[in-house]
Write a protein that binds this ligand. Structure first.
Ligand SMILES: [Zn+2]
Length: 432
């Protein structure tokens, strides 16, 4: 199923010509309307009249989160505020919040992109879509809301929290699709189980999960526990909230190349990496009016796949996000993302879905990683010696797969904190 087959299956060559035209137009537009970008382009020695398009892409300067903070709140906008129809703002968890504005065309483009995504993972007008992402300044709730309505589905805007009510409404209104963070889906399914509700017996068929990195093994766990198909979604508040999803092939997230130009770079050198190599995702917005971004450093680490997808869509795919460049844990010279640790943990059947990584520095200056994991509800282990054996087995697996040395502590089911929004899986006490 396609939302806009002409665009979604556009031949690669045509798509590239389209990007070329739009990129040149974008450079003219920001040069004329954004004092911020005019200065940036001048500093980089770029004159829009000489700019040749995709060939000159790497000559363009990067735009970073710090630029949005330095020009807070609206110093990077390229249109007068009278043309802005909506603001969203980031939560500011890693510093001052950043503000994003949208013209009416920007909202249409955002909705259009997510409509393509929803349809590509099987959502139709027959569905009841429960949106358990937060509504408000966070882009998740409203982003899904407008797209699901435009697809013609019935929207149930529960927003985040109040899990008992979420499950009651899910049953009564026959929800078929849920959109939330993967950690909330784990919490919700656990809550349902404890209160005697079997999600496999409800109408729920699909889940679209994002706003935090999650692993392939967690997908398997969610699918097994709930009987649904779980899909990954990607977007950041600066680019316009949720924009891109996996298709039913579940092998990467389609990036709509008519509106967004993507590159993968080495986060240290800023150079583009080779095909299929891991690096930081950099995005240039080709259509956005209020806040166009040139070579935006997302901070997210992934791999780009240009091979045509079996679904017939020609747009490139990014693989599951491993984590943010600044979420990478460095312990005793080993670099690892929490999502990679999660992937290893979830392969062990006796391990539950919740875990916590704690980083400490000992008096001798050595870093120590402790990983607390819950015992699975289904694991029939109660002897202390068996728990010790399991802890040892987990530690050995982490060492052999990721070369990570960690102290593993297995705790009882239900011990670790649950999250109704984004999960906090790492506590770094080394800087305190
Ligand atoms: Zn596909």
């Amino acid at each position: 199923m396609f939302w806009d087959p002409r665009i979604e299956r556009m031949p690669e060559k045509e798509l590239e010509e389209y990007q070329e035209r739009k990129l040149k137009a974008l450079i003219f537009r920001v040069y004329n309307h954004s004092p911020f970008y005019r200065k940036r382009l001048k500093e980089a020695g770029i004159n829009p009249w000489d700019f040749s398009g995709l060939r000159d892409l790497t000559k363009l300067p990067f735009t970073k989160k710090q630029d949005l903070r330095d020009t807070y709140p609206t110093g990077m906008f390229s249109v007068p505020i009278s043309q802005v129809v909506r603001f969203h703002a980031s939560s500011g968890t890693t510093g001052k919040p950043t503000v994003v504005g949208y013209t009416a065309n920007d909202i249409d483009m955002w909705v259009e992109c997510l409509c393509r995504g929803l349809v590509s993972c099987g959502v139709s007008r027959e569905d009841v879509v429960q949106i358990s992402y937060g509504y408000g300044l966070f882009t998740g709730g409203l982003g899904f809301h407008y797209a699901a309505e435009k697809v013609g589905a019935t929207v149930l805007p529960t927003s985040a929290g109040n899990t008992a009510r979420q499950i009651e409404l899910m049953k009564d209104l026959k929800t078929t699709v849920i959109a939330c963070t993967p950690s909330y889906m784990l919490y919700l399914s656990e809550y349902a189980y404890k209160t005697g509700v079997d999600l496999k017996e409800t109408n729920l068929k699909r889940g679209i999960f994002g706003a935090e990195p999650w692993s392939e093994e967690t997908r398997k766990r969610i699918e097994e526990k709930t009987g649904i198909d779980a899909y990954d979604v990607y977007g950041t508040s600066e680019l316009s909230g949720p924009l891109f999803t996996e298709c039913t092939e579940k092998c990467g997230i389609h990036i709509w190349a008519d509106h967004f130009l993507v590159e993968i770079i080495d986060p240290k050198t800023g150079e583009q990496v080779g095909e299929g190599e891991k690096g930081e995702l950099v995005v240039t917005t080709l259509s956005k009016e209020a806040l166009p971004l040139i070579r935006w450093r997302t901070g997210d680490i992934t791999i780009l796949e240009n091979e045509k997808c079996a679904c017939g869509r020609t747009h490139p795919r990014i693989m599951r996000i491993l984590g943010r460049a600044d979420d990478m844990i460095i312990v005793r010279g080993v670099n690892v993302f929490p999502s990679q640790i999660e992937h290893v943990l979830m392969q062990i059947p006796e391990v539950g879905e919740h875990y916590l990584i704690i980083l400490d520095r000992e008096e001798n200056g050595l870093d120590v990683m402790t990983i607390q994991v819950e015992l699975s509800e289904k694991a029939e282990i109660d002897k202390v010696s068996d728990i010790l054996e399991l802890e040892k087995r987990i530690a050995e697996k982490l060492k052999s797969v990721l070369n990570v040395t960690a102290k593993v502590e297995v705790v009882n089911p239900g011990t670790l904190q649950r999250f109704e929004g984004k999960a906090k899986r790492v506590i770094d006490r080394r800087k305190i």
